[in-house]
Design a protein around this ligand. Structure first.
Ligand SMILES: Cc1cc2nc3c(=O)[nH]c(=O)nc-3n(C[C@H](O)[C@H](O)[C@H](O)COP(=O)(O)OP(=O)(O)OC[C@H]3O[C@@H](n4cnc5c(N)ncnc54)[C@H](O)[C@@H]3O)c2cc1C
Ligand SMILES: C[S@@+](CC[C@H](N)C(=O)[O-])C[C@H]1O[C@@H](n2cnc3c(N)ncnc32)[C@H](O)[C@@H]1O
Length: 615
């Protein structure tokens, strides 16, 4: 079982300085947190001067605490007319503060009131993993890694320009400053990167020097006579890919389902000009064409790759979708994932007890409570995801395309038959050989059809038929008011229609609904809501067929299809969970293309990488 995330406990030292009981240390100098942040971390790293006129500047911090360093940095960035275009602030924290405590701590610093309020509005649920908070319309990106540095240091993939080393005193918290950790940080430092800390400990100077830093002592802040500043200048030459963001910011996206729309949106938000090519007359006509779909995370006792990826995806989507406004049709009605049998029920229960998630994220509920949530008698107890729910996929796709504005050009009703690289450009042509569009970067978001265009994907993607069935609200004695899953699914009525599903039919290419698939969906419904199907005739039902694109390991394919320098990317094989991860993977693709810090654990990104097939 992985370690649960334990929030920090708010406490104060006798002089009123925030203090950690667990580490027996104060969060910042008793002479003042903001002034310490400016003296030690900003000035110590040569900021704001060093970020001036840069396209991007990346800061990596060890120990987010309650974010005073971040707020002081963000404020300095806002007030600097020559600031970098984009500021990434990546911070690691083992014991984050819950929102009410964060509010009390920030209330002591009215100079940050406006910025703190924005941070509070976006403060995530305290669950392990990487979470990205977008501020200043995406020009300031705060990426938080919740977990122990000894563990999460391996999940970083970035190139840092400045390091804020701030993890309680080395004497009280040696693990935070270990040679192993500093060596990992050094590997993430750009040549010439700076580091600063309020500590002047001799052992730390040695560890930094051993990791390739030139170390210097400077006047410290407040009661600290000295502090350390350092510059990454390894004696041995390091071969490190420092790839600047592409200068030609034009991309071609093939496929206007939820995968493609999310990529368009994330690239346009970064100022790219995007051309979208779709073979249907409208977006979201194929896999993404169901009237409603469900999004929820997965919880497993071992916190599997799937559990971590759905956690990251659902957290990102929740934060990101709120910016899409009224166009997005959805309901956070809650999702019940009923246990299929007693064994699964006890596994769910023990996973929830051990992982200690916030109740807003996931809980275990007995059958009676599950039925109370659903408003109908359900078959068993199970997992309850109070913030999950349903989305109308077409509304998500059109909302994402709408916010792209004038940066997006669309070609509907055009099918890409070939994709060829000529010089620095990819050219997409139709089956008559006429060019549809060209760009230096292309993202394939055309599900199973991608393997026709890229030979390396051949045999990797599989199409699986899925049929949903429509019931009228009146045909059920009582319809649930939440989504309920148990080897199948039933949604609450949307426009008086209750959607149930879904079949998983290998080797069946029939695009028309079958009565036998309706019957299979009714059998699923019976296992969820016992007695619900009586009087419903499968032959009389209407429904819809779609095709999922899946891989053998059931994980999406997301990243550079060949080498990053080729400009060929894939956002494919979203299987049965496109809603959960399409938005996050759109951000992942944009971050990979731009060579920015990743919005998710690099180990998860590796698990999705198209190169895994070769491995
Ligand atoms: C029955 C069923 C139920 C589902 N339920 C859920 C659910 O509840 N929750 C959930 O999260 N997911 C669900 N899914 C899965 C979800 O629908 C998919 O994960 C998602 O739609 C995949 O999106 P996509 O953009 O990758 O693919 P698509 O939506 O299929 O988009 C690919 C697009 O590429 C276009 N295209 C293909 N080839 C070309 C070409 N050569 N040139 C131009 N255009 C091209 C296609 O026309 C299409 O519009 C379900 C799927 C099915 C089938
Ligand atoms: C001095 S405080 C950081 C103050 C913070 N930079 C600020 O601006 O408010 C140190 C932080 O390091 C965190 N920390 C300590 N040990 C850690 C570990 N092993 N992994 C990750 N974070 C850790 C603590 O929980 C604490 O929040």
């Amino acid at each position: 079982m992985p370690d649960p995330l334990i929030p920090a406990r708010l406490a104060y030292a006798a002089d009123g300085t925030p203090w950690s009981e667990g580490f027996d240390d104060i969060y910042h100098s008793a002479e003042g947190g903001p002034a310490q942040a400016r003296h030690v971390f900003l000035a110590g790293n040569g900021l704001p001067e060093r970020w001036r006129d840069r396209a991007r500047f990346v800061i990596l911090e060890t120990g987010f605490g309650f974010g005073l360093n971040f707020l002081a940095t963000w404020q300095a960035w806002r007030e600097d007319p020559a600031r970098c275009a984009q500021l990434h602030f990546v911070s690691i924290e083992k014991h984050p503060f819950a929102l009410p405590d964060l509010r009390s701590l920030h209330a002591r610093h009215p100079e940050f009131a406006l910025l703190a309020a924005e941070l509070h509005a976006r403060w995530p649920l305290l669950v392990p993993g990487v979470q990205r908070i977008e501020l200043e319309s995406g020009r300031v990106l705060l990426t938080l890694l919740f977990g122990d540095i000894a563990e999460v240091r391996n999940s970083l993939r970035l190139c840092a320009d400045a390091l804020y080393l701030d993890g309680f005193s080395p004497a009280k918290n040696p693990q935070m400053w270990s040679l192993d950790t500093i060596k990992v940080l050094a590997k993430l430092a750009a040549p010439g990167a700076s580091a600063a800390t309020w500590s002047a400990a001799g052992a730390l100077r040695e560890v930094l020097a051993e990791s390739g830093f030139e170390v210097e002592k400077r006047a410290g802040y407040g009661a600290k006579r000295e502090m350390i500043v350092a510059r990454y200048a390894p004696r041995r030459r390091v071969t490190r890919e420092v790839r600047p963001p592409p200068s030609d910011r034009r991309a071609l996206v093939i496929g206007a389902g939820m995968a493609g729309a999310a990529v368009c949106e994330r690239l346009c938000a970064r100022g790219w000009q995007v051309t979208l090519v779709e073979r249907n007359a409208r977006p979201a006509e194929e896999g993404s064409g169901n009237p409603v779909g469900v999004f929820h995370a997965v919880v497993t006792p071992d916190d599997s790759v799937l559990a971590r990826l759905t956690r990251a995806g659902s957290q990102y989507a929740e934060a990101h979708w709120s910016a899409l406004g009224e166009r997005l049709r959805r309901a956070n009605c809650g999702v019940l994932q009923l246990a299929r049998d007693a064994r699964e029920e006890s596994a769910q229960k023990s996973a929830i007890e051990a992982l200690r998630y916030p109740p807003e994220y996931a809980q275990y509920v007995e059958r009676a409570q599950a039925s109370a949530h659903a408003g109908v008698e359900v078959a068993s107890g199970g997992l309850w995801f109070p913030r999950a729910g349903w989305v109308a996929p077409a509304s998500l796709v059109s909302a994402q395309l709408a916010v792209c504005g004038a940066r997006l050009t669309t070609h509907f009703g055009r099918e890409v038959a070939s994709l060829l690289r000529e010089g620095a450009l990819w050219r997409a042509r139709d089956n008559r050989g006429d060019e549809i569009a060209h760009a230096p970067v292309v993202v394939l978001a055309n599900a199973g059809d991608a393997s026709r265009l890229v030979p390396s994907l051949e045999g990797r993607l599989r199409r699986v038929r899925g049929q949903i069935s429509y019931l009228t609200r009146q045909s059920l004695r009582a319809a649930p008011r939440t989504v309920v899953l148990r080897g199948g699914i039933v949604l609450p009525p949307v426009d008086d229609r209750v959607v149930i599903g879904a079949t998983y039919d290998y080797d069946d290419d029939d695009p028309q609904p079958h009565a036998s698939s309706h019957a299979a969906n009714l059998a699923r419904l019976e296992r969820i809501l016992p007695g619900a199907v009586s009087g419903i005739d499968a032959d009389s039902l209407d429904g819809r067929v779609g095709f999922r694109c899946v891989t053998r390991d059931r994980l999406p394919v997301c990243g550079a299809l060949e080498s990053a320098g080729d400009g060929l990317y894939g956002a494919l094989a979203y299987g049965s969970r496109g809603l959960v991860w399409a938005s996050l993977l759109g951000e992942l693709i944009a971050s990979l293309i731009e060579n920015e810090p990743l919005p998710l654990d690099a180990r998860l990104a590796n698990a999705l990488s198209p190169t895994r097939f070769a491995r």
